[in-house]
Design a protein around this ligand. Structure first.
Ligand SMILES: *[C@@H]1O[C@H](CO)[C@@H](O)[C@H](O)[C@H]1NC(C)=O
Ligand SMILES: *[C@@H]1O[C@H](CO)[C@@H](O)[C@H](O)[C@H]1NC(C)=O
Ligand SMILES: *[C@@H]1O[C@H](CO)[C@@H](O)[C@H](O)[C@H]1NC(C)=O
Ligand SMILES: *[C@@H]1O[C@H](CO)[C@@H](O)[C@H](O)[C@H]1NC(C)=O
Ligand SMILES: *[C@@H]1O[C@H](CO)[C@@H](O)[C@H](O)[C@H]1NC(C)=O
Ligand SMILES: *[C@@H]1O[C@H](CO)[C@@H](O)[C@H](O)[C@H]1NC(C)=O
Ligand SMILES: *[C@@H]1O[C@H](CO)[C@@H](O)[C@H](O)[C@H]1NC(C)=O
Length: 430
């Protein structure tokens, strides 16, 4: 009976400890409501669509976003301090305008909610040339690096995921890829402008760090890309801050986090892909302002009207041409002095009424000016009804022509443009 009191007290104490600070479990399906729960540093902002934008595509900018509440990362197990297990999942999107951007982003666990010494360019908004590799940093990070820097950091390629312990010289890296089954690996580009999901799970007991990445909407592959044995106990302080960092340099990209879930008690909650905010614009698509919309509207109207005018002109021309087209009958070919209907049409201004000189038995006689020779002529237009006997009539005129009669030309033409009226014309020099 007497021994119960201290046991009870011990349970109370650990309960208090557990409730107060042991468990942290949150999810952001988009960041619209996250402004007062994150520390947004420098270029970092939450876009109006609810995306966490670490950097825009401006050169030499730095972004950091850390969850405001500190998270216990060390537990006491049988008098021994030990890094706890944690699990996180997030969706990142790296959008580059042009061919090559930079430099990448990291998921970071750091001793403060801002890293004031951090540098831009290949330092990913995490470290600086003076503190890179220093054990006193107490920083664990997973880098998503899309620029190769083999001079400073021994990067092996320009598209990798790496584990960084106090240093951007990664302790282990792998090309961005996922296992579609136990043995076959599919590579993909981090800098694709498309959303990519990452899962980072650390088991504090087995000390296995699993990192898995895959383009949306592929579900979590059963085999991790990186499975790395590492004791994070010396890296972690009792309380740490979790978040993201990024930077641009001479090369620039927009680095976004679309959604984020974190837990230090079991697996992080699954991100609901149906509740994500609108993704960033992929490269190549144009984003336009209202004035540009108006300008484009006016421009396309002008282009459309021009097209209509051109089409109208072309069809008018084709219609004119068809009107002037002619069918030559066999017997007409025997006559060498044939004038095309086109010329007679032009000479009489289209058989205009004002050009009529008189009307004879077969039809009207028009005054005309032949376009090529500038000869003034009289042209007789014979209607279809009068076709009978036309052959003989033409033969007669032709024979006159062969006698080179001065006042009576032998040029003639016929047309079938209107399909119904066969028009036969001849002219004589005036
Ligand atoms: C990009 O971010 C920088 C730093 O925050 C800011 O000065 C600049 O105006 C931003 N550029 C655009 C186009 O938003
Ligand atoms: C824990 O530490 C206390 C006092 O320092 C000691 O009495 C106890 O035996 C230790 N327990 C274990 C499991 O090492
Ligand atoms: C953030 O920007 C301010 C002013 O632009 C600068 O003084 C500060 O060093 C930057 N912070 C970091 C962590 O680079
Ligand atoms: C590197 O670490 C030591 C202690 O380990 C510390 O005194 C020193 O200031 C650190 N240097 C930088 C640049 O942070
Ligand atoms: C990079 O790796 C090479 C060997 O692979 C090594 O000689 C060199 O020192 C490394 N550089 C750095 C900065 O660690
Ligand atoms: C990780 O890499 C850093 C820098 O290269 C090195 O100092 C450290 O010992 C490595 N840590 C582990 C656990 O391999
Ligand atoms: C962590 O590792 C231990 C030892 O291998 C194992 O018993 C435990 O189930 C693991 N925990 C999780 C959450 O996988």
């Amino acid at each position: 009976m007497v021994s119960r009191a201290p046991v009870f007290e011990f349970i109370l104490l650990s309960c208090y400890f557990w409730l107060h600070c042991s468990s942290e479990n949150f999810i952001f399906n988009g960041f619209k409501q996250a402004t007062d729960r994150l520390n947004l540093v420098n270029s970092t902002k939450i876009t109006k669509d609810g995306l966490l934008q670490l950097t825009n595509d401006t050169n030499n900018v730095l972004g950091q976003a850390f969850f405001l509440s500190p998270i216990p990362m060390i537990k006491i197990n049988e008098n021994v301090s030990e890094a706890i297990s944690f699990s996180t999942s997030f969706i990142l999107d790296i959008v580059t305008v042009g061919s090559a951007g930079g430099h990448g982003l990291t998921f970071a666990i750091a001793p403060s909610k801002e890293l004031p010494e951090a540098y831009i360019a290949n330092y990913l908004g995490l470290f600086s040339p003076s503190n890179n590799g220093n054990f006193s940093n107490h920083v664990f990070a997973v880098e998503f690096d899309h620029v190769m820097d083999n001079g400073l950091f021994n990067d092996t390629d320009d598209n990798h995921v790496g584990v960084d312990l106090n240093s951007l010289k990664s302790n282990t890296t792998h090309k961005a890829a996922y296992f579609s089954n136990q043995n076959s690996m599919v590579e993909f580009r981090l800098e694709s402008g498309k959303p990519i999901q990452a899962w980072i799970d650390y088991n504090g007991t087995s000390k296995i760090l699993d990192i898995t990445v895959a383009p949306l909407p592929i579900p979590k592959p059963s085999r991790a890309l990186i499975s790395y044995h590492v004791d994070l106990t010396p890296i972690f302080k009792n309380e740490m801050y979790v978040g993201f960092t990024s930077s641009t340099g001479k090369l620039a990209s927009s680095h976004y986090i679309i959604a984020w879930s974190f837990s230090n008690e079991g697996l992080a909650q699954a991100i609901d892909l149906s509740r994500l905010p609108k993704f960033p614009h992929p490269p190549g698509t144009i984003t336009v302002s209202r004035s540009e919309v108006i300008r484009i509207g006016i421009l396309s109207t002008v282009v459309t009207l021009t097209m209509i005018a051109i089409l109208f002109g072309v069809s008018l021309y084709l219609w004119q041409r068809s009107k002037l087209a002619e069918t030559i009958e066999d017997w007409e070919k025997e006559h060498p002095h044939r004038l095309p209907y086109k010329d007679l049409y032009r000479a009489t201004k289209g058989f205009k009424e004002t050009e009529i000189l008189g009307t004879g038995g077969f039809g009207h006689v028009y005054m005309g000016l032949l376009p090529k020779t500038k000869e003034m002529v009289a042209i007789k237009k014979i209607s279809n009804n009068a076709r009978q006997g036309m052959r003989e009539f033409v033969a007669e005129i032709s024979s006159l022509g062969r006698m080179r009669h001065r006042k009576f030309g032998t040029w003639w033409s016929s047309v079938d443009g209107a399909k119904e009226t066969k028009i036969f014309s001849w002219y004589t020099s005036l």
